[in-house]
Write a protein that binds this ligand. Sequence first.
Ligand SMILES: [Mg+2]
Length: 161
Amino acid sequence: MKKLLPILRYRGVEHIEFEKLDRHNVKGILLDVDNTLIDYHKNLSDKIVKWVQEAKNKGFKICILSNSNKEEKIKKVADALEIKYIMFARKPLQAGFKKAINLLELKPENIAMIGDQVFTDVLGANIANMVSVYVDPIDRKEYWYTSWKRPIEDFILRKVR
Ligand SMILES: [Mg+2]
């Protein structure tokens, strides 16, 4: 149960405070894509582009860690943000997280995983000993294969603030 609780929680990526990440000794950031960076229609908001730019300027190492196997979609987001990407990560399984640790050349405890799903992003990050950051999904009208989990996630997240 404890492994399902995020360390930090925000309304969206653009609301994440860099000082808070600093206080948790975060030096690297992993970003989920679907419903974290882009909505159902694959739109990437200017606010998020600006936030990622600012994070890079502040010296954070950033990489996408997505479960998606749609390379065209993931690459487009990565190119727009000018960051690297790891796809088909199969979060919460650990192989993708290990790949990301090697890519960023950081210790897991210095990496924040930012995502909108408790059972993939938060659980995987907590198992990896990373700083788990939950963001509310951009779009609630989403893929049938994730929507069934939302009521359970709401129940769990009610325990965090
Ligand atoms: Mg997602």
